[in-house]
Structures are given as C-alpha cells and as structure tokens.
Design a protein around this ligand. Sequence first.
Ligand code: NI
Length: 135
Amino acid sequence: MTKRGVARISVSVSPELLKEFDATVKRMGFDRSKAVQAAMRNFLTDFRLQEGRGTVAGALVMVYDHKVKGLEETLTDLQHRFESVISSTMHIHLSKHNCLEIVAVRGEVKEIQALAQKLMTERGVKQLKQVIVMP
Ligand code: NI
C-alpha cells in the first residue's frame, strides 16, 4: 500500500455478484475501479453515520411552512447554535406557504445529526433529507 498514487487490491466475490456489478457499472458508464472507489466511499460514509463518529460534509434539505408562528425565528436560533458545522444556507420561497432551505454542513457527524434532529422535529418543518458525503 502506498500513500500517494494508486494501490492495487484483489478481492474475492461470487461470480453472480461480479456479473451484476459489472453489468450495472457498464450501464452507468463507470469503469470498475471508479465504481469500487465510489462504493468504498459510500460504505465509509454510512459507517461514520451509523457510528456517529468522524467528519463528513453535505447538505440538509428541508421544506417548512413559514406561516407557522415563531418557526423562522426558531430555525435561525438553531442555526446560530450550530454555526460551527454550518458553512452556508440557501433559502428558496417555493410557494405562498412553503420555503425550501438548503443548509450546507461540514464537521463532526454527531453535531450534524443533532442539528438535523432538532430541525426536523420543529412544528411546521414538513420534510428534511440529509445528503452526506466524505469531506
Ligand atoms: Ni421563504
């Protein structure tokens, strides 16, 4: 294994799994190495999320009803409390009632999960999705 450049690995898989993997990789226009790298990154990101440890980056995407009394103030207060993991926020007025907010995050998984949990449980927040990747 080297720190720079590329490291080559050899893995054992069932022929059926490899056949389906290769067919999917081909359909997506990937090559096998790139697909394995993407799968490894997803695996590591999932593990960080499960374990609640490590550094990640991503976005929290939420829809809320801005007519709900006090909600916008609460959401702003929360974002100030978690300013250490928030890089930026984008606000889009979707309709008369609905706002879409995209909160870009980077930092400790535990902090980001705590922020997401607090945002999604506020009354008036209709939906929250997390898109998390390796930084
Ligand atoms: Ni709005």
